[in-house]
Write a protein that binds this ligand. Structure first.
Ligand code: UP5
Ligand code: MG
Length: 193
């Protein structure tokens, strides 16, 4: 396990909860490598030679979880590309209990989980707003409802499981971008070696 000695943090929370926004700022302050599973899937989808393009496009638009072999392969490759780095933020993954188990068995365990907590009404507003300019195929009301469903049914249980392991740091993300990040920065500072 090449990553057992690294600091690996999962960044979880509902669609639009600020996983990407806060991860990017943590990169600047703490030198993390930021790997968004969703970004990696969207990049893979665009590669002309990819055999998974159509499959990924379908799963993302339907708010479903892409088979984990694909996502774990992309994450693992991206981590290997940066294997000299000591700190990794894995954003938007794992999204179900099976993925979590498979990643832990084949790549590594995470030391901590940052959980961005936010009511659905706030998330909906942020996502619809972002949808005006994002170009993301899933920032429309039909896809957003499906993403919320998958989050509640499949992804929440992952956070609950990590809560039992005492790994979760919960951050309410209803405040301004700066206020949420300040809470995030302080929490991360506490556990970094
Ligand atoms: N914003 C952020 N913070 C704010 C604040 N405090 N106040 C006001 N506005 C705030 O933020 C979302 C928007 O809100 C932005 O416009 C931001 O400016 C604003 P962002 O930081 O982008 O939130 P994030 O949580 O990253 O939202 P994202 O839409 O990326 O989350 P999802 O979890 O839905 O998307 P992801 O890219 O992770 O996954 C997309 C799809 O890929 C999934 O639905 C699934 O189909 C697939 N997928 C898999 O199959 N497997 C995986 O492992 C991962 C993804
Ligand atoms: Mg994101």
């Amino acid at each position: 396990f090449p990553f057992d000695k690294k600091t690996v943090v999962f960044v979880l929370g509902g669609p639009g909860s600020g996983k990407g926004t806060n991860s990017e700022r943590l990169v600047g302050d703490f030198g993390f490598v930021h790997l968004s599973a969703g970004d990696l899937l969207r990049a893979e989808q665009k590669r002309e030679v990819s055999q998974y393009g159509a499959l990924i496009a379908h799963y993302i638009r339907e708010g479903l979880i892409v088979p984990h072999e694909i996502t774990i392969g992309l994450l693992r490759n991206a981590m290997m590309d940066r294997k000299e780095c000591d700190r990794f933020l894995i954003d938007g993954f794992p999204r179900n209990v099976e993925q979590a188990k498979a990643f832990e068995e084949t790549v590594c365990r995470a030391q901590k989980v940052l959980y961005f907590e936010c009511p659905e009404t706030v998330l909906l507003e942020r996502l619809l707003n972002r949808g005006k300019t994002s170009g993301r195929s899933d920032d429309n009301i039909e896809s957003i409802k499906k993403r919320f469903n998958t989050y509640v049914n499949d992804s929440k249980p992952v956070i609950e499981a990590y809560e039992k392991e005492g790994k979760v740091i919960t951050i309410s993300c209803q405040d301004s971008v700066d206020a949420v990040y300040e809470k995030t920065r302080k929490s991360v500072e506490q556990f970094l070696p």
